[in-house]
Design a protein around this ligand. Structure first.
Ligand code: G3P
Ligand code: CA
Length: 241
């Protein structure tokens, strides 16, 4: 089972920052999950919330602030004084610190009321960095984004993010004609039959956010591909490299 550091090793360092990636590398994870969205000036930046208050020294919506001003914000102090001065990263900066032999799950965040052009920008950045055919997976809760990525660059791996436990996933994928590499599913709703069905269909399963070893053992027994966790070091014994 692969161990993916959620927003970097976010149990130990401020999420989606350079230090959370370096911490994950130090702890020996198989890869990273990060969130991306567009800054006010159009760059793709690594950030989870739509607003700045929870994890930065700034205020307001990320989409209203240009990169120059976003770079002035402190993304570390909210987590611990030790990380004071940590700055927002662009996707290009992230790609420089994530080695190519690590899985990189880039989750595209968009608000329901705005379909913007982030997909094209993400694809261009990955092409320029030579990361299209590697272990990069683009995931999104917005399945139109998945379709758009598949259209823009069919070689890129895409991951379907779902929380809904009541859904007939197999039929959802078929009816929507989704060409996906992986299903990224919410831990509590994950069942053995669903995992077996995905394995049968050749679709990988990444389960989030799993922070308990007991839960991880059950998921490993189900046959999931990987778990996405804030504490990658807790699951070393369950890794299959
Ligand atoms: O990719 C899985 C997980 O990160 C989705 O939820 O809110 O942590 O982005 P969230
Ligand atoms: Ca995420």
């Amino acid at each position: 089972m692969k161990i993916i550091a959620h927003r970097g090793a976010s149990g130990y360092a401020p999420e989606n920052t350079r230090v959370s990636i370096l911490k994950g590398l130090e702890l020996g994870c198989d890869g990273f999950e990060v969130d991306v969205q567009l800054a006010g000036s159009g760059e793709v930046v690594v950030f989870h919330d739509f607003t700045l208050e929870r994890t930065t020294s700034g205020k307001g919506f990320l989409r209203d602030i240009n990169l120059y001003d976003l770079k002035k914000l402190d993304l570390g102090s909210w987590f611990s004084e030790e990380f004071k001065g940590e700055k927002i990263m662009t996707l290009e900066e992230l790609l420089k610190i994530v080695p190519e032999n690590k899985i990189l799950n880039i989750e595209i965040k968009v608000r329901h009321d705005e379909m913007n052009k982030i997909e094209g920008k993400v694809v261009e950045i990955l092409k320029r960095a030579g990361r299209v055919e590697g272990d990069v997976i683009i995931s999104s809760f917005n399945h139109r984004i998945i379709k758009e990525i598949n259209k823009l660059e069919p070689k890129l791996k895409t991951g379907l993010l779902l929380t809904a436990g009541f859904m007939d996933i197999e039929n959802y994928i078929k009816l929507n004609n989704l060409k996906i590499y992986s299903l990224h599913f919410y831990g509590e709703f994950t069942g053995r039959k669903m995992v077996e069905k995905m394995n049968e269909m050749g679709i990988k399963t990444y389960i989030w956010t799993v922070n308990s070893v007991e839960e991880a053992k059950i998921l490993k027994d189900f046959g999931v591909t990987g778990i996405i966790t804030n504490f990658p070091d807790k699951f070393r014994d369950l890794r299959e490299v």
